[in-house]
Each structure stands twice: as C-alpha cells, then as structure tokens.
Design a protein around this ligand. Structure first.
Ligand SMILES: Cc1cc2nc3c(=O)[nH]c(=O)nc-3n(C[C@H](O)[C@H](O)[C@H](O)COP(=O)(O)OP(=O)(O)OC[C@H]3O[C@@H](n4cnc5c(N)ncnc54)[C@H](O)[C@@H]3O)c2cc1C
Length: 387
C-alpha cells in the first residue's frame, strides 16, 4: 500500500487540474494520476467562451491577457457566422470574444498550475481499478493509493463512472454524439476563416464547424451517434466539398465522442464524484465541455472542503458530499444543460424541416441574446440575464 491522500483525482484534463488546484491551494493532500504524459493531445475544437475566461480569472487568477501572453490563447474573434449548407443565415458581432486554444497547451498550463499549488502528479500511469468502498485506486504498475475522496475526472470513457453501481450504459449511449475533426495548416489552403463558423444541414441532429487558430483551421462535425454513426464520414466529406475544401477529404480525420445531453443526475457514489465529461457535462446544443468540466470541478471542490471541515465520521461525510454536490449541480449546471437540450431539440427536430430558415428569423429577432446565452451572460432559460 502506498501513501494515503485526502483526495485522489483520476485524470488531469481541465476538470482534474481545476479540482487539484483548488483543493491543494486549500491545504489538502492531493494526488492526480493521468494515463498520458503532458503535454498530451485531446481532440477538441479549442473554442473557449466568455464564461470560461471568467471562471479562469475567478479560480486561477489568470486573465485572457495573461493567457495570451503565455501562448495559451492563440486567436480570438468577436464575430461569428452561421450557415445552412452554403447559405449565410447570420453574421454578427459577438457581445464577447470567442477565444481559441490548442488543448495540449491549455491542459498542460492548468495541470502545472495544480502541481505548483501542491498537487502531486503522476503521469503516464493508467488507473485500472477502484475499490470505492475501501477508497483505493490501483494503477497499471500495480501501485495502490488510498484516499478519503476519489474524483473521476477521466473523461468521456471514465472507468471511475463504470465502477459506479447502477450506472446505465444503455441510457448513456442514447444521447451521445460522434465527432470528427481535421486540422489544416493555414498555409496549405486558399480559403481563410477568421471567425467561428457553424454549418447546419450537413448532418442530422448536429452541425459542422470551422474554428480559426493562429496557424491552422480546425474543421469538424458532430451529430447524435445513434443516427449518424455509420454515415458521419460521408456527411463530413460532403461538407468539405461544399465549403471548398474538397482536396482535404484524404487528410487524416480523428474521431471521438461528446456527451450530448446524457449528463448524469447523480454523479456521486459513496466517496467518489465525477466531473466534466466523465459525468456527461457538455452543452447538448453545441458540445461545449471545457467550461462545464472546470465549473463542476469548482463546485465539487467547494463541497469536498466543507465536508472535510464539518464531518469526522464516514457516514456524515459521504452523505454531505452526495447531497451538496447534487444540490450545487442543480443550481449551477443542470438547469442550463436541460434548457440547452430543449433548444437543441427544437432546432434539430423542427427548424431543420424548414432548412433552418426560422433559425435566421430567431437570430434576427433575439439579436445578441442567443450568443449571450452561449457565453453565459444570459441563461438558456428564457434567455434571462445572469448576474
Ligand atoms: C471533436 C470535439 C470537439 C470539441 N470542441 C470543444 C470546444 O471547441 N470547446 C469546448 O469547450 N469543448 C469542446 N469539446 C469537449 C471537450 O473537449 C471536453 O468536454 C473536455 O475535454 C472535458 O474535459 P475533462 O477534463 O472532463 O476530460 P478530458 O479533457 O477528456 O480529460 C480526461 C483525462 O483523463 C485521463 N484518463 C482517462 N482515463 C484514465 C485512466 N484510466 N487513468 C488515468 N487517467 C485517465 C486522460 O488521459 C485525460 O487527460 C469537444 C470535444 C470533441 C470530441
């Protein structure tokens, strides 16, 4: 048996590093284990919204300017465009900039912040099994670590989640999206894109995107897996041809899954909590997950700190974590995800029938309000202004 910790975090993406940072800064003994050695790649569009930048300032004390100086943010745009096939539906200035990052830089930056705050980090070692009741984590090298709390921040294929009694894989599969992406150096293409551009009608229950970066474009597509699993590659190639990137069809594409409305309503079991993709916390409308991974980490860390402060006996400790984490998610995350889900269904079930033309009308009618909801300035719920 190796040393015992207050908290063991499985996974060092944005969720794990945020929890590690906050808990270590408050004096807890934290171990974070990741199967990869950082900097590591993570398939992503790398689009960061205003609500994420505000969270980074609140949690880590770093501003957008700091992130630009450190090379974490490499591009920003205050404009966006939305198309249905090749027809422009909306082109507007955004009330706040969209920022773009390379995930290998972003994730490494925040993992090192956690390490500097005192989190002990083991890289390149996979966690292979959990004894939730006994509070033990075993890794691929056979090492075993004990902790009062286990955090599953191990992404979409979370094995911490799979060790939860009662986890329903079939229900989880119902609402997940399949995604494809290619990365193109700007110098290799004539068409240059300098603002986030979304394209509807190339895939059912999903959309395609071109996101700008300093040196390259990220071109991707995602859609509900149960409808698009077998056809997404064809849809993606049709999209590339239609937007003038036909010669990119042979470029290597990368695929992965995105939680797309399959968030868990109780991502906690005994002393183990799930954050970010492991719990399915991505916006069901656009698949934005970086914010929700870091926000869930912020909420979970607060609850864990309070539990350590107030409860010495295991029973009270566990039930406090369970009740308070679910409460915090209810107030801060679930409502937004549920309303984003409703809007998603209206767009893809009904507006798609009219070639998304009503979306153009809605965008004209609501002006900046819809984009403010994506940035977290407004709630998805009736587009009411947030504080
Ligand atoms: C194609 C695509 C495009 C996307 N675009 C965007 C976007 O533009 N903006 C946005 O906000 N979101 C986007 N997302 C979603 C976003 O990438 C995720 O929501 C986000 O990465 C979740 O962060 P996380 O920390 O929960 O998990 P992850 O970032 O997946 O990190 C999990 C970590 O756990 C580690 N791990 C996994 N299993 C184990 C194990 N057994 N033992 C030890 N370590 C383990 C992994 O190595 C990894 O480092 C996109 C997703 C996809 C697939």
């Amino acid at each position: 048996m190796n040393r015992a910790y207050d908290v063991v975090i499985v996974g060092g993406g944005p969720a794990g590093s945020t929890a590690g940072y906050l808990l270590s800064k408050s004096g807890f003994k934290v171990l974070l284990i990741d199967k990869s050695t950082f900097p590591r790649h993570k398939l992503c569009g790398g689009c960061i919204t205003d609500k994420t930048v505000k969270l980074l300032e609140r949690v880590f004390g770093v501003t957008a300017d700091d992130l630009k100086k450190n090379g974490v943010i490499n591009f920003e745009s205050s404009r966006y465009e939305i198309f249905c096939k090749d027809k422009l539906l909306s082109k507007r200035d955004s009330p706040a900039p969209f920022y773009f990052v390379e995930r290998y830089i972003y994730d490494n930056f925040f993992l090192r912040k956690a390490q500097q705050a005192g989190t002990e980090v083991i890289e390149g070692e996979r966690c292979t099994s959990f004894d939730i009741s006994g509070s033990k984590v075993t890794t691929s090298t056979g090492r075993m670590f004990e902790a009062k709390v286990i955090i599953g921040a191990d992404g979409f294929n979370s094995i911490v989640r799979q060790s939860f009694t009662g986890f329903d894989q079939r229900k989880w599969n119902e609402n997940l999206a399949v995604a494809l992406e290619i990365f193109v150096n700007r110098c290799d293409v004539k068409r240059q894109i300098d603002c986030p551009t979304l394209f509807f009608d190339f895939i059912e229950f999903g959309y395609a995107w071109i996101f700008p970066n300093k040196d390259r474009l990220t071109i991707g597509m995602c859609g509900l897996n149960k409808i698009n699993r077998k056809t997404i590659l064809r849809s993606f190639n049709n999209f590339l041809t239609a937007v003038g990137f036909r010669d990119l069809e042979n470029l290597k594409s990368y695929g992965y899954y995105v939680p797309y409305g399959n968030f868990l309503l109780k991502p906690v079991y005994k002393n183990a909590l799930l954050l970010g993709d492991a719990a399915g916390f991505a916006d069901p409308l656009l698949g934005e997950g970086v914010f929700f991974s870091q926000r869930s980490a912020e909420l979970a860390s607060q609850v864990i700190m309070e539990a350590f402060e107030n409860y010495k006996n295991a029973e009270g400790f566990h039930s406090y974590i369970e009740t308070k984490y679910v409460d915090a998610l209810q107030k801060n995350i679930y409502e937004e995800l549920a309303y984003a889900n409703k809007i998603r269904n209206v767009i893809f079930l009904y507006l798609s029938k009219f070639r998304y033309y009503p979306l153009k009308i809605a965008m004209d009618l609501f002006g900046d309000k819809a984009i403010e909801a994506i940035h977290g300035i407004r709630s998805y719920r009736w587009l009411r202004k947030l504080q």
